[in-house]
Ligand binder design. Sequence first.
Ligand code: GDP
Length: 206
Amino acid sequence: MSRTIHWPSTTFIQSVADPKLFPDIDLPQIAVAGHSNVGKSSLMNSLFGRKGLVKTSKNPGCTRLLNLFDVDDQLLVVDLPGYGYARAPKKEQKRWITMIEGYMANTDLKLVLLLLDIRHGPKDSDMQLIEYLNEAGLRWLPVATKADKLTGNNRGKRLKEMFDAMGLSPIPTSSLKGMGIDKLRAVVQEEAFRSPYAGLIPDIED
Ligand code: GDP
């Protein structure tokens, strides 16, 4: 039987400054990662169908909190701090990536959504995170944001380049136009409730 998530029934739970103090919440967990200004807050608000629930940082690059959201009492979505803010000192940037990796290493994540601006593709800091995700054996999915900024051919070309760089095809989305949001919801739902035995045993038809 497939579950249905009512996305607008999302509530903010709390912010966590230290991954070691992450609360014990018995829900399938997914994390959302991306460069600062990639459009993460906008995309999460679209995903939740709740304008303004996820706050856009007024000081990009200065947020170092994990923000936890309960989706319909069925899913825990963790908003990770945006990394790679150009004006932040290198040492500080490294500390954020280390914090993100520290959190990921110590939790049972079903999926990491990695957001990438469709115009820019993966940057060095994204590639560093991808390397970590692959080494740690975590499931992750690239999501191209701001797809409305490119049209037809250019969009397809950029998506192909992103696939070539990462080995996975990003889902094109636009928070502005509501594009790709239903698909993203469907993928998240499928991954969050995927049986750990999926693929290991054949489906039994009843
Ligand atoms: P965050 O820093 O990753 O949380 O990014 P925000 O959600 O605050 O978005 C950063 C900027 O990109 C803002 O100026 C948004 O208005 C803009 N933006 C976000 N999503 C989209 C989108 O789908 N299309 C367009 N054209 N602009 C977007």
